[in-house]
Design a protein around this ligand. Structure first.
Ligand SMILES: Cc1cc2nc3c(=O)[nH]c(=O)nc-3n(C[C@H](O)[C@H](O)[C@H](O)COP(=O)(O)OP(=O)(O)OC[C@H]3O[C@@H](n4cnc5c(N)ncnc54)[C@H](O)[C@@H]3O)c2cc1C
Length: 556
């Protein structure tokens, strides 16, 4: 029988589909981030940050990020003979990403090489690296953050800090002295209370009289404990003196598995590459960090640094969304014209870009406050006290709607897993929840205003620097100032409104001074003067859309 020749794949030509945004340096392509790094004192680190950016933008890193999410960690409670092992198995992609993050010292560089701009440099590199995959940022961020809290107990810090500062990733589940490096996590949240950690029921019993640095036994549980494969954790538990902070290692000093059980891994909305667990402590050995009863005061040093990373993480998500949206719109034609040329799409892209620029500039300004505060600058300490909570609230909140709108710019492709946008979208609410959820940040701002009036002064001093250059900001800041504290009866119910306005005033002040002129103008017109709608894409028609989009274009 004669065969009929059929052309393979001859039904149609694939056309009008954008090229993947791949194999580019996410740092070099981000003008806003480059300027912020130079301005905030980390220009000396540009080669290192750029190396992280080169890696994160590579097709290989993007593949690793996707694989680590498609193959989430698996809990292994027992070996085949029935012995408890309490380990988590990760896909090789996770380990490769972790190895690169640790090699780039994203978990430790400012402590290993303290110098002006060190937290800015690390923050910018963290922003670049997280564009490959956000989940690995969790143990990296917790290890970075544990150091200042651990230093409360110098002898524990002397033992553990060198392990946390190592740049050789070692995933082995083995006693820390036998490993090339160690990673840290934290355990605060219990079933009956996450925000209210003072309600913790996990008990700590002194083994030999107790006291700072002494051994205790922990009995109880944690309802959320991420990255349980880490080598040590700061954990809150009730001692006789009240809620206290403990260093809890996975292995005891005599080389035994600590009495700690992994009960379950959480089945999470997003952040799927990362393991978050429920755990139990059964007379587990732990060492007191700081005084009994000073647990919250001690662990807050760790929490504050992870809150900085939440701000950096929120800004990172927005940058990814903007880069993907502009890339798509620049290569996709509708009705014979590229989307990026269509007036309404330009408005959406520019509005997303403005939000992203404000988030990045704010995040790196905050990182500089960390550098300065650690160097003893009291004004910076005061500024950071309020600005951290203000930006954690606002940037993380905006990241969620931002991801949804950026996704829509890709049309149907944006709703499809391969685009990476669903992963971005699922990840987006997390930074707002952990390390103190939205309301908690707002209440923290109120607390700081009452307890540290100098912090409020430092915050408004920063706002004022921009207000002198823009009458819209000047009017907005004056009105905001007059509202504070206002009616004390209603201040708690008004906290979100107040903090939102504080965030807008701070971001505007930074944009007016350091941002692009068109971006700053559109930000002030929309966010401060109300010439704006409820959704993204509602900037005033006279906005210089082309200039704003051009500035945020990831690749030519
Ligand atoms: C993926 C993931 C990983 C996590 N990893 C860890 C971890 O490693 N270690 C750890 O300790 N925890 C971890 N958490 C827990 C997280 O920090 C808590 O979920 C968070 O702090 C909120 O606590 P909660 O869940 O108990 O909620 P609740 O404290 O019950 O709060 C519920 C809501 O009420 C609001 N709220 C609280 N107090 C007030 C108030 N006074 N007024 C108004 N509103 C209020 C909060 O903002 C929140 O929106 C993780 C959570 C997630 C989702």
């Amino acid at each position: 029988m004669a065969t009929v020749e059929r052309p393979t794949f001859g039904t149609h030509e694939v056309a009008n589909q954008p090229p993947p945004l791949s194999d580019y340096n996410v740092y070099a392509a981000d003008q806003v981030l480059v300027e912020a790094v130079q301005r905030e004192g980390a220009d000396w680190a540009e080669a290192r940050i750029s190396a992280a950016g080169e890696f994160a933008g590579s097709a290989h890193a993007q593949m690793l990020g996707a694989q680590a999410n498609e193959n989430p960690p698996k809990l292994k409670t027992h070996d085949r003979y029935g012995h408890r092992v309490d380990t988590v198995d990760f896909h090789p992609a996770w380990h490769e990403l972790m190895a690169v993050g640790v090699e780039h010292e994203l978990h430790c560089s400012p402590w290993k090489d303290p110098r002006p701009g060190a937290h800015v440099a690390r923050g910018a590199a963290f922003m670049c690296f997280s564009q490959a995959e956000a989940g690995v940022g969790c143990p990296i961020s917790m290890t970075y953050s544990v150091i200042p809290a651990l230093r409360t107990q110098p002898e524990l810090a002397a033992e553990w800090e060198p392990r946390f500062l190592s740049s050789s990733y070692d995933p082995a589940n083995a006693p820390a002295p036998q490993k090339a490096s160690a990673l840290a996590g934290m355990g605060m949240t219990e079933k009956q209370g996450g925000t209210d950690v003072r309600a913790n029921t996990t008990l700590a019993r002194p083994v030999n009289g107790g006291g700072p640095g002494a051994e205790y036994e922990l009995s109880g549980h944690k309802w959320f404990m991420s990255a349980p494969q880490c080598d040590a954790f700061l954990v809150l538990a009730q001692a006789d003196g009240g809620i206290s902070c403990f260093l809890f290692p996975r292995w005891t000093p005599d080389g035994e598995r600590n009495r700690f059980r992994l009960q379950r891994l959480k089945d999470k909305l997003g952040n799927r590459s990362n393991a978050s667990s429920e755990v139990e402590f059964d007379s587990a050995s732990a060492w007191l960090v700081g005084e009994e009863g000073a647990g919250v005061r001690t662990i807050i040093e760790m929490v504050n640094h992870t809150r900085l990373d939440c701000v950096l993480g929120g800004a990172t998500g927005m940058r990814v969304g903007v880069a993907q949206a502009i890339n798509h719109a620049s290569h996709r034609s509708v009705f014979g014209r590229e989307l990026v040329e269509q007036p309404l799409m330009r408005n959406v892209l520019a509005d997303l870009a403005i939000e992203s620029e404000a988030a990045t500039i704010g995040a790196l300004r905050l990182a500089r406050a960390y550098d300065e505060a650690i160097a003893g600058d009291e004004e910076a300490q005061n500024f950071k006290r309020i600005a951290n909570a203000v930006l954690k609230y606002w940037v993380c909140k905006r990241a969620v709607v931002h991801a949804g709108e950026a996704l829509e710019c890709l049309g149907g492709n944006g709703y499809v897993e391969e685009s990476g946008m669903p992963r971005l979208f699922r990840e987006s609410p997390l930074n707002s929840i952990w390390e103190g959820s939205g309301n908690v940040q707002c209440l923290d701002v109120l607390r700081a205003m009452v307890k540290s009036p100098t912090a409020l002064e430092a915050f408004f001093a920063e706002v004022q620097e921009g207000a002198v250059a823009d009458p819209r900001l000047a009017a907005f800041a004056t009105e905001l100032r007059d509202e504070l504290p206002g009616d004390l009866e209603t201040i708690e119910a008004r906290a979100r409104r107040v903090v939102e306005k504080m965030a807008l005033a701070l971001q505007a002040s930074l944009l007016v001074r350091y941002g692009d002129e068109a971006t700053a103008d559109a930000f002030c017109a929309s966010r401060l003067s109300g010439d704006w709608g409820q959704a993204f894409g509602t900037l005033p028609a006279g906005t210089d859309f082309a200039r704003i989009i051009e500035r945020h274009q990831p690749v030519e």
